[in-house]
Write a protein that binds this ligand. Sequence first.
Ligand code: FES
Length: 160
Amino acid sequence: MSDDTLHLPLIHSVLEREKDTPGALLPILHAIQDGCGYIPDTAIPEIAHALNLSLAEVHGVISFYHDFRTTPPARHTLRLCRAESCQSRGAEHLAAQLREQLLLDDHGTTADGSINLRPVYCLGACACSPALELDGELHARITPERLRQLVSGCLEDGAC
Ligand code: FES
């Protein structure tokens, strides 16, 4: 669990710099997410006060744009390809394995914050299906055993 108050100096610095800019809310939200990794709860009243908005207005904008996160990012991001070529070569079996191993649906973050799981629809590696991307690195011709190794590495030591 993170201590959101640690982010207050950065939040105040962003607000001081941006609050008088026309249309400041989106640049402020992006700057806070870039600096903190997400939009901490403590930022909401600070932003609302600085821009003379209601809390609901700030929440509404954050929830409208799917790029904004309100929880810290997972340490690893795993995107399993679910498009046609990968499907025909075992991706659905791999997806079922991930659901079982991570106790997640097809997307979400593990309770310990170690892995964020997301489907993706073609990684451009169809000739080497099934494929996945882990922390931006492509892994092709994935077998159930290789998938288990990759995931276990992320869960055990936080590094892949
Ligand atoms: S369909 Fe999976 S990489 Fe193209």
